[in-house]
Design a protein around this ligand. Sequence first.
Ligand SMILES: *Cc1c(COP(=O)(O)O)cnc(C)c1O
Length: 421
Amino acid sequence: MRKLPFDKAKLEEIAAKWPTPFHIYDARAIRENARRLKKAFAWNKGFREYFAVKAAPNPHLMKLLKEFDFGSDCSSMAELVLAEKVGNVGEAIMFTSNDTPAEEFRKAWELGAIINLDDITHWDWLLESVGNPSAADFENRVMCCRYNPGPLKGGNAIIGKPEEAKYGFTREQLFECYAKMKAAGVKRFGLHTMVASNELDPEYIIDTAKLLFSLVAEITEKTGVEFEFVNIGGGIGIPYRPDQEAMSLERVGEGIEKGYEEIIAGKGLKPLKLYMECGRCITGPYGYLVSRVRHIKNTYRLYAGLDACMSNLMRPALYGAYHEIIVPGKENSGETSVYDVTGSLCENNDKFAIQRLLPVMERGDLVVICDAGAHGHAMGFQYNGKLRSAELLLEEDGGVKEIRRAETLDDYFATLDFSAL
Ligand SMILES: *Cc1c(COP(=O)(O)O)cnc(C)c1O
């Protein structure tokens, strides 16, 4: 069983102020992990992580990550605005969108973000969206393309086969687009791909980096375009299940360094900065959904009904994802009962766990659902009139800070005008 950064007494103290359910993030653990990531890639001058904002779009968490010079990986207007609010502007933003509206290209352009095109037609669309910039306007801008390796790269369970993914350029299109951009006056270039999601095999990530290194070498040779960086995307997984092992960031760092020495340094190419845009492995294991048992129900199965529901954490219902569940104060009581742990949404798949062996639970027990720090609160929704919970930050000195208040009924009704009935 994993060790929590709080015990039952501490949680009760927090819950007295912020009623369950709430999400709570462990600032110390997030910082330790960020330090470790930077260390694993310290061999690369200019290494940068762009935190995937969609994983945990909270400016307080983004600001915490900014202590480590993490940039923001954005893909929507709201995410661009969040990055701007925490002072991540210019090349601290990587804008990786798809099916992009003009106003988002305009906003990214105004902020000086690194713009990562998803499709060859988006080059013209970008030009049109931002008012046909001249070569001089591109003088200091960094342009990037998202590569989809198609059949050249095997599939990954969540994101699927690259060939079936809607994202990115084909190989041929890349050569054409970089040549076009160069002709238009672009001088600074990057290359991006994102082919994994929740991947636990370090070799998959290492191979992805090598694929990009080789492609950089080939594009440079054929078009004369020189690259400043490659961005290997996000997708480093976390061990949701107790029998899984965390990916060794050190192993990934070393493996990519070896590939770099062979392919980039070996061919005498210019030094290349390595970027990544992970979300899950940055905050995922360090966020918890804290809830309380509302009812125990014994019918054809034994149910523990919580005051949280799938609108607080959709992954189990959406992907059948496993999240470890801990009942604080009962860590040593033995796991002797089999429960379906449910929420109150009127959907039978609103279950945090199915047929899970857990300690005997009673009404009022606190329940901690682990690994909710990424793609957790962020995926929340209001279906069935369920409201999004508060987000709290557990500080290193043991203090607790509210970083987002819980929604109220007024928030839910804010877009309705009852007087017009
Ligand atoms: C979702 C996403 C990420 C982050 O993925 P994680 O699995 O959270 O690391 C990074 N880049 C892009 C383009 C994404 O869509």
